[in-house]
Design a protein around this ligand. Structure first.
Ligand SMILES: Cc1cc2nc3c(=O)[nH]c(=O)nc-3n(C[C@H](O)[C@H](O)[C@H](O)COP(=O)(O)OP(=O)(O)OC[C@H]3O[C@@H](n4cnc5c(N)ncnc54)[C@H](O)[C@@H]3O)c2cc1C
Length: 285
């Protein structure tokens, strides 16, 4: 489907951007992973957000989400894997699907964690970020799921259902993991292979496998949109939330310090507003 604006991220920045863009009459799709992966969801209590002291992060997030829903913001659960600019449109791949928009707002939060050794080298040659996209390639074969996001146990069950021989690797066994799926504790990980992946090494233990699904809550902004300017891991924006790519705006923790709800909401408002203006200008030209 085609939207005016696709917002990536359903934290305070993304939801604020979406509500603002709806107020300017734009169609908006918000794409995000599980709420449990959201920074705000993890906050025990927020006391410094104006007018709403004492809420838990989860309560505050639920209020923001309700507000967006009441404003007819469309929402979709999924992992955005890439953004492709083509002329004045953006094609956003969400797991195995694609959606299209005239402007994109990145409200990704902070992407933590470095790439694993071997990850970049074997990406597309055994390493995948998307179970739905690539799972069928590994039917009947051993695969490792590196569970870093809240939806990873579900994705492991999906792969197991396809017929993959799944081993789940994480710091701790998640409660949601299906009983029949073997678990291996792993903090320090390394990907090994020749032409394609041959093994995942988890804390020194070698797990032979043909595929490795690295399921993170977020990807680095430059992995989503190559060429995007970043400084010290944060997306470079001007006061309007405009990034180095025309038509792509950014807001919230992904643009830098301070990592705070008020800043995320304010920047989200600005990005939503400016993205709507950008589209209006495009239409006039
Ligand atoms: C424990 C803790 C306590 C905190 N306490 C406070 C406090 O007291 N006061 C305060 O002001 N702030 C506090 N914060 C910080 C606050 O939560 C963040 O500043 C705020 O949530 C940032 O909002 P955001 O929208 O930029 O990012 P986030 O809330 O992190 O949202 C990021 C969103 O992007 C989505 N996403 C990322 N990549 C992708 C992708 N590739 N595809 C699909 N979706 C993607 C995620 O699923 C998520 O929905 C706290 C944070 C933590 C962790």
């Amino acid at each position: 489907m085609s939207y005016d604006i696709i917002v990536i991220g359903a934290g305070p920045a993304g939801l604020s951007a979406a509500v603002q863009a709806r107020a300017r009459g734009k169609t908006v799709l918000v794409v995000a992973g599980s709420d449990k992966d959201n920074a705000l969801y993890k906050a025990q209590r927020i006391d410094n957000y104006l007018g709403l002291p004492g809420l838990t992060g989860a309560e505050m997030l639920a209020r923001f989400s309700d507000h967006a829903r009441e404003n007819r913001v469309e929402r979709r659960m999924g992992r955005v894997l890439s953004i492709m600019p083509v002329k004045d449109r953006f094609y956003v791949s969400i797991d195995a699907d694609m959606e299209e928009a005239g402007a994109v707002i990145l409200a990704l939060g902070v992407s933590r964690g470095k790439k694993y050794s071997g990850e970049a080298e074997f990406l597309g040659r055994g390493v995948s970020y998307c179970a739905t996209c690539d799972g069928a390639l590994y039917r009947g074969k051993p695969v490792a799921v590196v569970g870093l996001s809240a939806d990873a146990p579900e994705e492991a069950a999906f792969l197991s259902g396809l017929g993959c021989q799944v081993t789940y690797v994480a710091v701790k066994r998640p409660q949601e993991l299906e009983e029949g799926i073997p678990f291996v504790k792993g903090v320090k990980l390394e990907i090994r292979g020749e032409k394609t992946v041959t093994a995942l090494v988890a804390d020194g233990e070698e797990l032979p496998c043909d595929g490795i699904f690295l399921l993170r809550p977020s990807l680095a902004p430059t992995d989503l949109l190559p060429g995007l300017r970043v400084e010290q891991g944060y997306i470079t924006v001007d006061r309007n939330g405009q990034t180095s790519v025309p038509g792509v705006f950014a807001a919230g923790d992904c643009t830098g310090l301070p990592l705070q709800v008020s800043k995320a909401v304010g920047e989200g408002m600005m990005a939503g507003h400016r993205a709507a203006e950008y589209l209006d200008r495009q239409r006039q030209n």
